[in-house]
Design a protein around this ligand. Structure first.
Ligand code: AMP
Ligand code: MG
Length: 311
């Protein structure tokens, strides 16, 4: 992708003034602000209508910049070397002298950090004197944005600038791993857990995994297209949009497929954009036919289960 330096300059200027700017990343678009500025961080929460107790992920250019704010441990170093920049977020201990705004963490002593791979955002991060707090660029609990027009759909004219970066190549949020003490997965995401386990050479427990949750009430509504979703549907109604993992030989007007041949990576990339397409269609409900619960399919199912909690 060609990098437009004038666009980056504009984003930098606004961020230096504690404004919010939408930025492209390989996972989903982020709504970014100076992570050292209370004013910038408060603005992000306000724009997203995000509950104050849901902390933000902070985006760094590299490990050297991170070391100013967080304590680094061996597991972090191993995973950083292998996967960064990339779709993995780490929970680390904050250093006492860190300048991270208390609004980022809601007063916690831990910080979620990530190193995005998108070349446009890397170029921007390199030029800034601060890291970027950036949750996903969507109204809280709604569908994530995977291109600049999705961000526009979410916020209209309320945000000052969207830095163009094309379509997010992964299309799902990062995998969050808590690296204090024993490693734990806090959110399934764009990096498969098996890959993390291979590097750490041990099995990692998953907190909040769909299989372990026994009551539907334990799910937070999230990633919602604002319409009912039925999962693992064998027989759909013609009045519902049918979400399929792969294209069928016989296509019908209400069929929406995530991948031509059932490739999970392609399906992941298309998930949020397809849900958004359905949201804009004449259909008012979605039936999802079974999606294999392996690899990235687990993340896709996690997002769909949470999205289906819409009432
Ligand atoms: P998003 O706002 O969509 O980018 O998602 C950010 C996710 O990171 C949310 O699920 C947050 O709860 C989680 N998160 C951020 N900071 C922390 C932290 N210090 N400890 C645990 N989870 C965190
Ligand atoms: Mg989000």
């Amino acid at each position: 992708m060609r990098i437009n330096l004038a666009n980056i300059k504009k984003a930098k200027k606004l961020l230096n003034k504690s404004e919010s700017v939408a930025i492209p990343t390989e996972t989903v678009y982020g709504l970014a602000g100076n992570a050292y500025s209370d004013q910038a961080c408060k603005k992000i929460f306000r724009l997203k209508k995000r509950p104050k107790n849901n902390p933000l992920i902070v985006h760094y250019y590299n490990i050297k910049n991170l070391a100013v704010d967080c304590d680094i441990n061996d597991n972090f170093y191993k995973l950083y070397k292998k996967f960064c920049p990339g779709p993995i977020t780490f929970i680390l201990e904050l250093k006492k002298k860190s300048k991270i705004s208390k609004f980022v963490t809601n007063g916690k002593s831990t910080l979620a950090v990530r190193f995005p791979k998108h070349p446009v955002t890397r170029n921007l991060l390199k030029k800034l004197n601060f890291p970027l707090a950036a949750p996903s660029a969507n109204i809280s609990s709604k569908l994530s944005a995977v291109c600049s027009s999705d961000v526009k759909d979410e916020f209209g004219e309320k945000i000052k600038y969207i830095l163009e970066g094309g379509r997010s190549s992964i299309g799902l949020e990062s995998t969050i791993v808590d690296l204090r003490n024993k490693p734990k997965i806090l959110r399934l995401g764009g990096l498969e857990i098996s890959q993390i386990q291979k590097i750490l050479k041990k099995k990692i427990i998953i907190i909040r995994s769909p299989q372990k949750i026994t009551s539907p009430g334990q799910f937070k509504v999230h990633y919602s297209p604002d319409m009912p979703i039925r999962l693992n549907v064998k027989k759909n109604k013609t009045s519902e949009a049918l979400l399929l993992i792969r294209k069928k030989k016989q296509n019908k007007p209400n069929y929406y497929y995530l991948s031509k041949k059932g490739d999970l990576k392609e399906a992941a990339k298309n998930l949020f954009s397809t849900l958004r397409k359905i949201k804009k269609s004449k259909y008012n409900s979605i039936a999802v036919s079974k999606i294999p619960n392996k690899g990235l399919g687990k993340t896709i199912n996690d997002r769909l289960i949470r999205a289906s909690k819409f009432k």
